[in-house]
Design a protein around this ligand. Sequence first.
Ligand code: ZN
Length: 221
Amino acid sequence: MIKICADNLPNKTFLTVEEMKSIVKTAHSYNLTITAHCVTNQSALNAIEAGVDGIEHGFNLADSTLVKMAEKEVFLVPTENSKWYMNRYAKLAGYDESELDWINNYMTKMEQRLSKSIKTGVTIVSGSDNYTDINTTRGKSSKDMFTYYFEAGMKPLDILQSSTYISAVQLNKENNIGYIRPKANADIIAVKGDIKNDFINTINNIIFVMKDGKTYVNKTN
Ligand SMILES: [Zn+2]
């Protein structure tokens, strides 16, 4: 997979449609998925016109852009986190308690964007974008993305699919990851609870972890 920066805000650099078309053509000739980092709606429109397979972040996608994405089967990787995560991030970044109102506005906007994407029929591929250090474990930080997806109205089983086989297909890796099938990598977890009706508690109650065929956690007895 190749990720390009259709825009690079706050730096003012943008790829043109022609440049992206050339990149897409070359990437596709090598059977590589190509996805574009897009903060502005315009750069997402340009990237879609150029023929990319996916849009990363898409913080400012217009409703009409979502319709285009659904029509052209361009996937979206919504890289947001829960309010808890954002508050923690903002405090560590030095924001004052009184300056945190933007988080509510941001979260409302992002939740609306994700729920509109789902209603419009845009394929959602999971991605946390969690490269920032918020003084917690990488696992906890990554699982936080599930909380945001759920709070934005995504259904539990859709969240699981976006995080497993839908991602695998978009990466051209469906023979190795994201599926339980012969010859696929033996990477599997089991959770205990009611995944449909009690999603957050259940997804955090991991009782079995296997990686490359080796068992690391087993609380199934
Ligand atoms: Zn990015």
